[in-house]
Design a binder for this molecule. Sequence first.
Ligand SMILES: C=CC1=C(C)c2cc3[nH]c(cc4nc(cc5[nH]c(cc1n2)c(C)c5CCC(=O)O)C(CCC(=O)O)=C4C)c(C)c3C=C
Ligand SMILES: [Fe+2]
Ligand SMILES: [Fe+2]
Length: 316
Amino acid sequence: MKKEAVILLNMGGPNNLEEVEMFLKNMFADKNILTMKSNLLRKFIGGLIVFNRTESSQEIYRQLGGKSPIVGHTKSLVKKLQERLGENVIVDFAMRYTPPFAPEVIDRINKEKVQKIYLIPLYPQQSTTTIKSSLEDFEENYHSSEGSAVLVEIKHFFENKTYNKAIIERIKEKMGSDDYNDFDIIFSAHGLPKKIVDAGDVYERHVQKHVEILKEMLKDEKMNFHATHLAYQSKVGPMEWLKPSLQEKLETIRNRGVIIFPIAFTIDNSETDFELEIEYREIAEELGFKEYRVCRCPNDSNLFIDALEEIYNKMK
Ligand SMILES: C=CC1=C(C)c2cc3[nH]c(cc4nc(cc5[nH]c(cc1n2)c(C)c5CCC(=O)O)C(CCC(=O)O)=C4C)c(C)c3C=C
Ligand SMILES: [Fe+2]
Ligand SMILES: [Fe+2]
């Protein structure tokens, strides 16, 4: 039987405090993140951002036990997907800004004489800053290696019913037997500079469509929240980003219960475990929320494994 590989792609996150600078350097050297044409200007602006951000960023990861949770969760997901797909398919992962990088993974699969490689970026909605960047990085590295497999890629999977069931399951898990009507739900997406959206990035549209799909599913499941909202978190720097921000949104709700689902991530990371769980919790407490809950990402849940198996089968 011909060998195939499924490679999951993601942004990565520091595996230790020394890797924080590497993570930020690689992120802000990415032409999909800092989109100016001049490489020299990117180097200058990127260098300034990294210089100004490294220490405060290290503090975030220090509070998370010295590393991002993203790689650990991804390893567990890969192990379970490998068990599901069996020994004729190699399942592995590559990160964009921290190890394991694409060349290391490519070296491993090239030893196996793989005929076809299925690339699945672990972001539900498409963006130039994430999926395009990860696919380009893997493909450029693969084409300069000795590998000769056919590369098959998927650009987004927010419409996948099974994936969305995994989200609904996570929301149910946080709500338990509590009355949904006592809570507003906020789908919180990672923000994006408005300039990138205006240049044609489809991310905002995908996020909006995703929220509409989930709203319908909540209705079908009779999960009748008091209201459903979309907001954007994680703004970096002085530029205009997508709105409303999560802070603005929380300020308009107040005095109720609120549950947050981090809609742009499949895997828990510093933006969920620190920004949502710690920083926004403090803001919510100051604003007088009766309850503030953050759902877990799908991570290595069985329904997410089912969705990835389905996506792989559809790509064939
Ligand atoms: C211009 C800056 C940034 C853009 C554009 C951006 C897009 C973007 N990012 C994610 C997912 C994640 N981002 C994470 C961390 C993170 N992101 C930025 C900047 C931009 N992101 C920074 C500076 C950081 C570092 C954290 C900090 O120092 O505050 C992470 C977390 C990784 C981890 O370590 O756990 C994720 C995941 C998406 C989905 C996205 C565009 C849609
Ligand atoms: Fe980010
Ligand atoms: Fe952040």
